[in-house]
Design a binder for this molecule. Structure first.
Ligand SMILES: NC(=O)c1ccc[n+]([C@@H]2O[C@H](COP(=O)([O-])OP(=O)(O)OC[C@H]3O[C@@H](n4cnc5c(N)ncnc54)[C@H](O)[C@@H]3O)[C@@H](O)[C@H]2O)c1
Length: 133
């Protein structure tokens, strides 16, 4: 533990299996927050939980959880509120990097023709923020 700066805070962090979500989940917990995470990939989420256990950090996770699916977002919010009775911090980190020429992309397509982004950037952020919890 690095500090008690976030002691008493509940953080919901998406995409804890890798990158920004993984780093922020671990860092929030190292500063005293209780973290609920999620990822579409169960294996990588479990790896993050294993790291957390080694440091006795308070991170749990719902996985696999596909944040483009409203039902999965609902399950995630419900699980968080049921366990911790609220959410103080929401970090929307789940995403895919997608790089393509504008001519090959279509803002309105749910499935990116090349990278299969499935609207995660817009849908997951909107759905997590739009939840009444
Ligand atoms: N890493 C950087 O330096 C950086 C800089 C600027 C912007 N970004 C952007 O931030 C976002 C995250 O970057 P990152 O480096 O952490 O990426 P990452 O690929 O390392 O991690 C993203 C995580 O989100 C998960 N995820 C993807 N789709 C999901 C879904 N539908 N439901 C649940 N989980 C899902 C992935 O499994 C993965 O674990 C990307 O859009 C990236 O382009 C990253």
């Amino acid at each position: 533990m690095l500090s008690n700066r976030l002691s008493g805070k509940i953080a919901l962090v998406t995409g804890i299996g890798s990158g920004i979500g993984k780093g922020c989940a671990l860092m929030f917990a190292r500063h005293g927050a209780k973290v609920m995470g999620c990822d579409i990939h169960a294996g990588t989420a479990e790896e993050t939980l294993a790291l957390a256990r080694r440091e006795e950090l308070a991170i749990t996770s719902l996985h696999p959880c596909d944040l483009t699916e409203p039902r999965d977002v609902g399950r995630l919010i419900e699980a968080t509120v049921e366990r911790y009775a609220g959410i103080d911090i929401l970090l929307n980190a789940a995403a895919f990097g997608a790089f393509a020429w504008i001519e090959e992309s279509n803002l309105h397509d749910e499935v990116h023709p090349t990278f299969g982004v499935r609207g995660v950037h817009t849908k997951s952020h909107w759905q997590c923020c739009d939840n009444p919890a």
